[in-house]
Design a protein around this ligand. Structure first.
Ligand code: PSU
Ligand code: MN
Length: 301
């Protein structure tokens, strides 16, 4: 595969049937988190996957080549200036030899499936934006979760989205949505959205069994993991910052792929960075849970 390269540790793990967890690179780039929090997020996420017994595989496009698993120089590059790369952008990123293409959830899922990786972890997925009826803004993440045979582990959808609309859309796309040790769909920084999940599972083993079954029918699964209680923000604490950020995006006429990075940066400003430790904690926790499920899947006979 000339336009895709799998690192030696990842390819050895895959060949040996050992557990691997794919990770996106947008959250670790300047588009997702400010420096040096992005560096800490990366280090803690990688450690969480390894400590739980799996091999991390960060996806990125470097000089027009799709990378699955990075070395130190690759990590350094994604931590800096990067171009947001969704699934539809992969072809352009290769054809035009983009220097650093930071993969979103949708791009990572396409790459994971092609590399033969069954589990993927992120912070929060994209989803249905407020006002999507007029703007049509629905993240490509949702279709990618539905289409690819990969489990996505996230702390729900990003908090500034239309969560109820996102859950309806996932139902329309036939995506099984599982609450991990939770009866509610989480709300990223906050543990609760007030919206129930259709299915709750409590152990990595149970999740692994369901995912294996789902893969035989085609398509992916979304595992929603609430941020650990000690790290969570109260949803009342973020409501104001979120609606202000959305108003500002509207007034500034931001649209398309720029909306999410803009709104995330505005929320950080309004909360004086109090959301950043939460973002790190949930990314680390999702990576840990994803690795535990990957380990359980690798033991499935
Ligand atoms: N959640 C975060 N930070 C991010 C993203 C999600 O806390 O940077 C990124 C992910 O890469 C996700 C993307 O796939 O935003 C979704 O963008 P959009 O809404 O444009 O589809
Ligand atoms: Mn969008």
């Amino acid at each position: 595969m000339p336009n895709m390269t799998i690192s030696a540790p990842v390819s050895e793990a895959l060949q040996g049937g050992r557990p691997v967890v794919a990770l996106e690179s947008t959250i670790f780039s300047n588009l997702g988190l400010p420096s040096p929090a992005n560096e800490e997020a990366l280090a803690r996420t990688l450690a969480a996957v390894r400590d739980a017994g799996a091999e991390p595989a960060v996806t990125a496009i470097l000089d027009g080549v799709v990378h699955v698993g990075l070395d130190d120089s690759g990590y350094e590059r994604i931590l800096g200036e990067a171009t947001k790369t969704a699934e539809r952008d992969i072809a352009a990123a290769i054809a035009q030899r983009w220097s650093v293409g930071a993969t979103t959830v949708s791009a990572s899922l396409a790459i994971a499936q092609r590399a033969g990786i069954a589990v993927f972890a992120t912070g929060g997925i994209g989803g249905v934006h407020h006002g999507a009826q007029e703007s049509g803004d629905v993240s490509a993440d949702l279709g990618a979760i539905a289409r690819h045979r990969v489990l996505t582990v996230s702390a729900g959808a990003k908090a500034f989205l239309d969560i109820a609309g996102t859950l309806e859309h996932l139902e329309m796309l036939s995506v099984p949505v599982i609450g991990y040790q939770s009866d509610e769909f989480p709300m990223f920084y906050a543990r609760s959205s007030g919206l129930p999940v259709p299915l709750r599972l409590d152990t990595p083993r149970e999740v692994a069994t369901l995912v294996a079954e789902r893969f035989t029918w085609g398509g992916g699964v979304l595992l929603a993991v609430p941020v650990p209680a000690d790290d969570a923000l109260a949803s009342s604490a973020i409501q104001g910052a979120m609606s202000d950020a959305l108003d500002r995006a509207r007034t500034a006429g931001i649209s398309g792929a720029a909306v999410t990075p803009f709104v995330l940066a505005e929320i950080s400003k309004a909360l004086d960075g109090r959301n950043i430790p939460v973002n790190l904690a949930l990314s680390e926790n999702n990576a840990r849970v994803a690795a535990l499920v990957a380990v359980a899947m690798s033991k499935t006979p």
